[in-house]
Design a protein around this ligand. Structure first.
Ligand code: SAH
Length: 396
């Protein structure tokens, strides 16, 4: 059992916790004594009235997460079993759908426990731990998870060095090891994933609805440019939807074999597509020189990335990325603009889009808009947990 320490919340923040705000911040506490991560925090207001209980873990801007507003609730295995069972039950429609075998079954604070997510890949699960604090709870949490769900095998990813980066390690925990690649399905399309190959598995599950919409409604007969293409997942969805050709651009060399593989596991011929290892901004120059243009352009960059020659950050460069894309999108073409940058809300993102089109002297219309899909459960009291923003822009 973890130690428990009572912490006072400042008067001006107390009502946030009464309303269910799940993140404990340094700004909200009167003082924060030295303690081990993982310690149970019992929050009271300045008059010692109980507010909520949670745990201490440093993650991004927070110092911990709320777990319960019931002072008498023990934070024991039974508590977590109930939490996991409730979350897994919410995903029953996904478990019942044979066409989709990979999805998120536990989404951190959205499901009542910040700092841990669990993804399901055709019977295998991948846990992601986001702080030293939550990792201290590993044994009780793992026991609770196993009580709530039967799996073929369990993997974990630790994302908590000083900068919240993934810690390189053998990610296999127990059970069967997954085949490499493991083939999962999403809306009937196959994707090759690797559960023990670094921070990323090969597919970003939060883009499922976007891939489906591209496939069903925007791909037929169109030429596609997929930038920051990684394993080419958007392109495979587009090819399934009848795209005439896809061009995949990612600076990492590994993207070439990984993209070929995503086509091959669907019996699509990769040599019918263009797959390039190149910086996107270099590619835009090339496309301009060659007078290339596209009917559908996908922009889904990481929030921040450093390459040998350049650094890209959404905050600084998304406008430029859009401007370059507008210039090579055909009349009535579509730009799929996506970001998971936490510093932008949807309104700010729309403003960046508006400014980029204005600077190019072009008109546009937003024809689709997405945030996180249903399995990435978020809560109204924590809007910033819904980090995904995707706009489909019709270019005039
Ligand atoms: N859109 C992808 C996920 C992108 S992950 C998908 O849906 O699956 C981010 C990718 O951006 C990584 O593969 C990384 O190699 C690539 N990347 C980062 N900086 C880049 C740059 N300047 N030019 C091209 N690719 C870049």
């Amino acid at each position: 059992m973890m130690n428990e320490i009572t912490i006072k919340i400042k008067k001006k923040s107390a009502h946030e916790y009464i309303k269910g705000y799940p993140l404990i911040t340094k700004e909200a506490v009167v003082n924060f004594p030295d303690m081990e991560e993982g310690t149970i925090l019992r929050l009271t207001d300045e008059s010692n009235r109980f507010l909520a209980k949670g745990y201490h873990g440093n993650q991004n801007k927070g110092i911990g997460w709320i777990l319960t507003s019931d002072d008498s609730q023990p934070l024991d295995q039974a508590f977590f079993v109930a939490l996991f069972k409730e979350a897994f039950a919410k995903r029953q429609a996904f478990f019942n759908d044979d066409a989709t075998t990979a999805f998120r079954i536990f989404n951190g604070e959205g499901d009542g426990l910040g700092g841990l997510t669990i993804d399901y890949y055709d019977g295998f699960i991948v846990l992601q731990w986001y702080s030293h604090g939550i990792y201290k709870w590993k044994s009780v949490l793992l026991a609770a998870i196993k009580n709530a769900i039967d799996t073929r095998g369990i993997y974990e990813k630790r994302r908590f060095d000083a900068k919240g980066q993934y810690l390189e390690s053998d990610d296999f925990l127990e059970g069967e090891t997954a085949p490499e690649p493991l083939i999962v399905k999403e809306n009937g399309i196959n994707y090759a994933v690797y559960l023990n190959d670094g921070a990323m598995t090969g597919i970003f599950l939060d883009q499922r609805d976007v891939r489906k919409t591209i496939c069903d409604d925007y791909a037929a007969g169109r030429t596609v440019l997929n930038t920051f293409s990684y394993t080419g997942a958007f392109s495979v969805a587009a090819a399934f939807g009848g795209a005439s050709h896809t061009t995949n651009v990612d600076v990492a060399n590994r993207s070439i074999p990984k993209t070929r593989e995503q086509f091959l596991v669907n019996e699509l011929d990769p040599s019918a597509h263009t797959i390039m290892a190149e910086d996107v901004f270099q590619y835009f120059k090339y496309a301009n020189r060659k007078n290339l243009s596209f009917d559908l352009v996908v922009l889904d960059p990481p929030s921040f990335a450093r390459t040998k020659k350049t650094t890209f950050s959404v905050a600084k460069d998304y406008g430029k990325l859009l401007e370059e894309s507008i210039a090579i999108t055909n009349e009535n073409g579509i730009i799929v603009a996506s970001t998971n940058y936490a510093g932008y809300g949807m309104d700010k993102f729309k403003k960046v889009v508006q400014d980029a089109f204005a600077s190019q002297g072009r008109q546009y219309r937003i024809v689709e808009q997405f945030t996180l899909p249903a399995d990435f459960v978020t809560r109204d009291s924590f809007k910033e947990g819904n980090y995904l923003k995707v706009l489909f822009l019709e270019v005039k």
